[in-house]
Design a protein around this ligand. Structure first.
Ligand code: IPE
Ligand code: IPE
Ligand code: MG
Length: 256
């Protein structure tokens, strides 16, 4: 059974995993390396994560690569992160494509360098028919940015008379988020020890199971991945409802 089955307790295997890949800097510091080396190792580890999802038949993976707030970092670090991304696109897209991975990017991409925008567009086009794994990279992404752009689109449609304000609904907002084509995450993983969302998928994580580990992202290997899956398998998801057996027992009590 998979996590999108409607029965509340069917959460055995996640359909969609969303990851805050945190701790590259501290991983490097611990070893006496520069933060930049930490980021290089972090990008390298994405390949292992993708392979683990494919092997465990997890069809959706979303990775937080660069937040709207990460521009606050030193210029050199930001430039390095963009260079790493650019290089990864050059090196990895062919292999991803041949392994049936569909690439998507979410975030405010328009303010990125033209060269990266072009590569992003090309890689999404190349892989659009693939379905083994839907890999979404959140780049210059913020949950608040996503909500603002969704509201802007909805309000524009209201202004143009395409929709009536009375028809505003959670579904309508969700359809206008950058994640409209992907199901909400079942499992959220944050590496690196912090227990916060840092402006990731704020709306989409409403009923997501949360998993935090102290392990730094470059060390998040197959064993760590499987530990997260095991933890997920023990969760009882209720989505605001109640466990079925419990309801039936109470009904029996009433009739006793
Ligand atoms: C996460 O690692 C990578 C990005 C935010 C791009 P950090 O760079 O945040 O590493 P720490 O948290 O400083 O250890
Ligand atoms: C979150 O990590 C963003 C990414 C992993 C891309 P940060 O390191 O930026 O988060 P804070 O600053 O600790 O909240
Ligand atoms: Mg961090």
């Amino acid at each position: 059974m998979t996590a999108t089955d409607s029965s509340p307790s069917s959460s055995v295997r996640p359909v969609h995993i969303a990851v805050v890949m945190d701790g590259n800097g501290r991983w490097a510091k611990k070893r006496g390396f520069s933060r930049l080396e930490g980021h290089r190792r972090g990008v390298e580890n994405v390949r292992a994560m993708v392979e683990n999802c494919v092997r465990h038949e997890v069809p959706y993976l979303t990775l937080f690569a660069f937040s709207s707030e990460n521009w606050r970092r030193p210029k050199k670090e930001v430039a390095w992160l963009m260079r790493l991304l650019d290089g990864a696109l050059d090196r990895e897209v062919k292999t991803l494509h041949s392994n049936g991975v569909r690439l998507r990017f979410i975030g405010d991409l328009a303010s990125l360098a033209a060269g990266i925008q072009k590569k992003i567009h090309q890689s999404c086009e190349l892989t659009r028919e693939n379905s083994t794994l839907n890999l979404t990279i959140a780049l210059n992404y913020g949950g608040q940015w996503d909500l603002v752009q969704a509201f802007r689109r909805v309000l524009m449609a209201v202004q143009q008379g395409e929709i009536c304000l009375d028809n505003l609904s959670a579904e309508l907002i969700a359809e206008n988020l950058s994640t409209a084509q992907i199901p909400n995450p079942d499992l959220f993983i944050r590496t690196g020890g912090e227990k916060r969302m840092s402006n990731f998928l704020l709306w989409q994580l409403a009923y997501t199971e949360l998993y935090f580990t102290d392990t730094y992202w470059p060390d998040f290997d197959t064993k760590e991945f499987e530990m997260a899956l095991e933890s997920f398998a023990t969760r009882e998801r209720r989505f605001g409802g109640a466990e079925h057996d419990a309801i039936e027992m109470e009904v029996e009590d009433v009739h006793a």
